[in-house]
Design a protein around this ligand. Structure first.
Ligand SMILES: C[S@@+](CC[C@H](N)C(=O)[O-])C[C@H]1O[C@@H](n2cnc3c(N)ncnc32)[C@H](O)[C@@H]1O
Length: 279
């Protein structure tokens, strides 16, 4: 039986009341969109910027799926199987954590990363609720895997035609090991799509660099560790065993405007890079 549109609306509004904190903007019912960290149009623009191949009949793994925007979008675009993998924010009561995080932004009080905070509740997976609610109301068949990509058994996870590694690389304590694990879950001839924080040092010798953030220097988030330059993104891919790495969005010719002021203090500028890596 087709879902009753008015009850879908009601359910969507109820979900928004019960789950106030969203990372992704997801249209749960016509006109009812979750209040993500950017408008829905911005997430859709990010999706298009990934320049994914035709997904019909393809299997997709979304590593670090969070609320699932990219997983649901791949399913909508015809992927035959989508697996959403995450553990870190799913283990955290993100609603409560973000209230404290926003306070810390205002007051400058130190804020521990989620796993060192009182909101880390792995047995309850409170942060997975938005994903689960969205999956349910969208009647989605996206599968989910609750695990740490860096320590889980990847052989049991299997191999996928398209693997999304979006907003992940800079969170990895060991980026090269992460890239080696990434190539191992891409089917032969398949594609890994990386989207990452990146940096460039204008005028520096042509070499691979990563900026390291020992504390919470990047976005007041202590779970951010590394920002590679374009050469380092390519180098990490080849060193990990990918056959070809294409940077789709490399460094802009000029630093982003918001970066100009901070460049007075910093020699590098930041941007977001997208790359395709072929196994
Ligand atoms: C910045 S968010 C990116 C979310 C989404 N991929 C996107 O681009 O919008 C990073 C995500 O990676 C997840 N994550 C971080 N380390 C992880 C790990 N070792 N295994 C699985 N997920 C991880 C976090 O829980 C979070 O959902």
């Amino acid at each position: 039986m087709a879902p009753n549109p008015s009850s879908a609306h009601e359910r969507a509004r109820e979900i928004l009341r019960e789950c106030p904190e969203w990372y992704h903007s997801i249209e749960l019912a016509p006109g009812v969109v979750t209040p993500g960290r950017a408008p829905l149009a911005e997430w859709q623009r990010k999706f298009e910027a990934l320049r994914l191949p035709d997904l019909h009949g393809k299997s997709v793994l979304d590593i670090g799926a969070y609320d699932g925007f990219f997983s649901f979008e791949c399913e909508k675009r015809g992927a035959s199987r989508v697996v959403a993998l995450d553990h870190y924010v799913w283990y955290t009561d993100m609603s409560a954590y973000m209230i404290e995080w926003r306070d810390s932004q205002r007051t400058g009080a130190p804020m521990p990363p989620p796993h060192a905070s009182r909101h880390w509740l792995p047995d309850l997976t409170p942060g997975k609720r938005p994903f689960d609610e969205a999956r349910s109301i969208l009647n989605s068949k996206v599968e989910c895997a609750v695990d740490d990509f860096m320590s889980m058994d990847l052989a049991a996870l299997g191999k996928f035609d398209v693997v999304l590694f979006l907003g992940m690389l800079y969170h990895m304590e060991e980026p090269l090991r992460a890239m080696r694990r990434l190539v191992s879950v891409v089917a032969p001839g398949g594609l890994a799509v990386l989207e990452t924080e990146a940096m460039e040092i204008p005028g520096a010798p042509d070499a691979a660099y990563c900026e390291f953030f020992p504390d919470a220097e990047l976005n007041n988030d202590a779970s951010n560790w590394w920002s590679p330059n374009a050469k380092a993104i390519e180098g990490l891919g080849y060193a990990a065993g990918f056959k070809r790495v294409d940077l789709l969005s490399g460094p802009p010719l000029l630093p982003p405007l918001r970066e100009l002021r901070s460049r007075v203090r910093r020699i590098s500028y930041r941007y977001r890079a997208v790359a395709h890596a072929y196994a």
